[in-house]
Design a protein around this ligand. Structure first.
Ligand code: NAD
Length: 368
C-alpha cells in the first residue's frame, strides 16, 4: 500500500482557513507518528476565489483536485458574495460543480454525540445517556433531485409541478456497497431506509440492498420506512449504527441527526466518488457546517469538525485506519479532559474554555 498521498486543500471562506490550520497540524503529526507523507497543495475556492479571479472555482483549482488523491475542503460563502448572480455564488458555483465533476455519489455524515456533550442535544438526556454514534450514508447524485422530466408547466389552466424519482439498480448497488463496507468496519449493523409500501423506487431499493447484503454476511441488515425512521432515529438514536438512504430521504434524515447530535462544529462529512478498489474511494472531506460568518476572524470556531474530516479522509480514501483511530481517540480525550470551544461550553467548573488554536494544539498533542 502507498504511504505517500497528495491532498488538494481548499480552505475557502469565513472560518474555513482558521479551522483548516488545525487540520494541517493534525496531518503533520500523523505524518510524524505513522511514517506516511502528505503533499498538500492549497488552492482558492468560493468567495476567496471570486475576489482573486472573478469565479468561485478556478480551472487551476479543479486541475489540482484532479491530480490529488483526495480533496480536503473548508467551507465557502458569506454576506459579501450573497448578492452575486446565483450561478457564481460560492456554494452553487463551487460545491455543486465539484460534486458533479468528480461524480461524488455517496455522502457520509457521522452524527456523533459524545457522552460528555449530551447536554448540547435537544433530545432528553435519558434517551441519549452515554452518547450515540450513527453514520448516515446518503445517495447524492440520483433520485428525485435529478430525475427527468422536471418542470413547472401549464395544464388545464393551472400550473403543474413535476419531479421524477428515478433509480437504476446499479446506482442503488454502488451506494449499498459503500454503506455495507462502512458498517463492516463499525458495529456491523445497517438500517436501509425506503418507502417500499408506496413507491416503486422503494421496492427496487429494498430488492437491490437485500441482494448486496448477501456479500456482507457479517453485517446485520434491517429496513425502515422513512416516516418511521424519522421517529425512531430521534426516539432511540443509540440503537442505530449505519443508516442508508436515497437522496431525498437522506438529505432530511442526516439533518435531523446533525441537529440531535448537538453542535455543528463537531460534525464532519465525506462525499465519495470513484472507487479505487479495496473499499477505498476518491473523496471530498469537509465539516457539515458552513463558513459561520458570525464568528469568523475571532479565533473561536470549533476545529473538531474539520479535524474529524481529516480522519474520514484517512479512512475512506487512504486506508490509514490506525491513523484515523488515533485522531478520533485524541478528539474523544480532549473532550473528556474538558476542553471546550464556545459552541460546546456550558460554564461548568470541569471545563476549560479555549479558542481554535488551543483546541487544535490540544488534539495534536494527544495524537500518539
Ligand atoms: P453555518 O453552518 O455557517 O452556521 C450556522 C451556525 O453554526 C452559526 O451560528 C455558526 O457560528 C455555527 N457554527 C458552524 N460551524 C461552527 C464551528 N466550527 N464552530 C462553532 N460554531 C459553528 O450556516 P449558515 O450561517 O446558514 O451559513 C453561513 C454561510 O455558509 C452561508 O454563506 C452559507 O451559504 C455557507 N454554507 C456553506 C457550506 C459549505 O461550504 N459546505 C455549508 C453550509 C452553509
Amino acid at each position: 500500500m502507498s504511504n505517500s498521498f497528495k491532498i488538494a486543500v481548499l480552505a475557502g471562506d469565513g472560518i474555513g482557513p482558521e479551522v483548516m490550520a488545525g487540520a494541517r497540524q493534525v496531518l503533520d503529526k500523523i505524518s510524524e507518528t505513522q511514517g506516511v507523507s502528505f503533499e498538500c497543495e492549497e488552492k482558492l475556492v468560493g468567495g476567496a476565489a471570486i475576489d482573486a479571479t472573478g469565479g468561485p472555482l478556478p480551472e487551476d483549482t479543479i486541475k489540482t483536485c484532479e491530480e490529488s488523491d483526495a480533496i480536503l475542503f473548508g467551507s465557502v460563502g458569506g454576506p459579501k458574495w450573497e448578492s452575486l448572480p446565483p450561478e457564481i455564488q460560492p456554494e452553487r458555483g463551487a460545491l455543486l460543480p465539484l460534486r458533479k465533476h468528480f461524480g461524488l455519489f455517496a455522502n457520509l455524515r457521522p452524527a456523533v454525540c459524545f457522552p460528555a456533550l449530551t447536554h448540547a442535544s435537544p433530545v432528553k438526556e435519558d434517551r441519549i445517556a452515554g452518547g450515540f454514534d450513527v453514520l448516515c450514508v446518503r445517495e447524492l447524485t440520483g433520485g428525485i433531485y435529478f430525475g427527468s422530466p422536471k418542470s413547472i408547466e401549464e395544464q388545464d389552466g393551472e400550473k403543474v409541478a413535476i419531479d421524477t424519482m428515478v433509480y437504476r439498480a446499479s446506482e442503488v448497488e454502488r451506494i449499498a456497497h459503500v454503506a455495507f463496507t462502512a458498517a463492516a468496519k463499525r458495529d456491523c449493523r445497517l438500517t436501509s431506509i425506503d418507502k417500499a409500501n408506496v413507491l416503486q423506487n422503494g421496492i427496487l431499493w429494498r430488492e437491490v440492498v437485500e441482494r448486496v447484503a448477501a456479500e456482507y454476511p457479517d453485517v446485520k441488515l434491517d429496513h425502515l420506512y422513512v416516516d418511521n425512521a424519522a421517529m425512531q432515529l430521534i426516539a432511540r438514536p443509540r440503537d442505530f449504527d449505519v443508516v442508508l438512504a436515497p437522496n431525498l430521504f437522506g438529505d432530511i434524515l442526516s439533518d435531523e441527526m446533525a441537529m440531535i447530535a448537538g453542535s455543528l462544529g463537531m460534525l464532519s462529512s465525506a462525499s465519495l466518488g470513484k472507487s479505487k478498489g479495496d473499499g477505498l474511494y476518491f473523496g471530498m472531506y469537509e465539516p457539515s457546517g458552513g463558513s459561520a460568518p458570525d464568528i469568523a476572524g475571532q479565533g473561536i470556531a470549533n476545529p473538531i469538525a474539520q479535524i474529524l474530516s481529516v480522519s474520514m479522509m484517512l479512512k475512506f480514501s487512504f486506508g490509514l485506519n490506525d491513523a484515523a483511530d488515533a485522531i478520533d481517540g485524541a478528539v474523544r480525550q480532549v473532550i473528556d479532559k474538558g476542553y471546550r470551544t464556545g459552541d460546546i461550553y456550558t460554564g461548568s467548573d470541569d471545563q476549560k474554555k479555549v479558542g481554535t488554536v488551543e483546541m487544535s494544539e490540544a488534539i495534536v498533542n494527544l495524537i500518539s
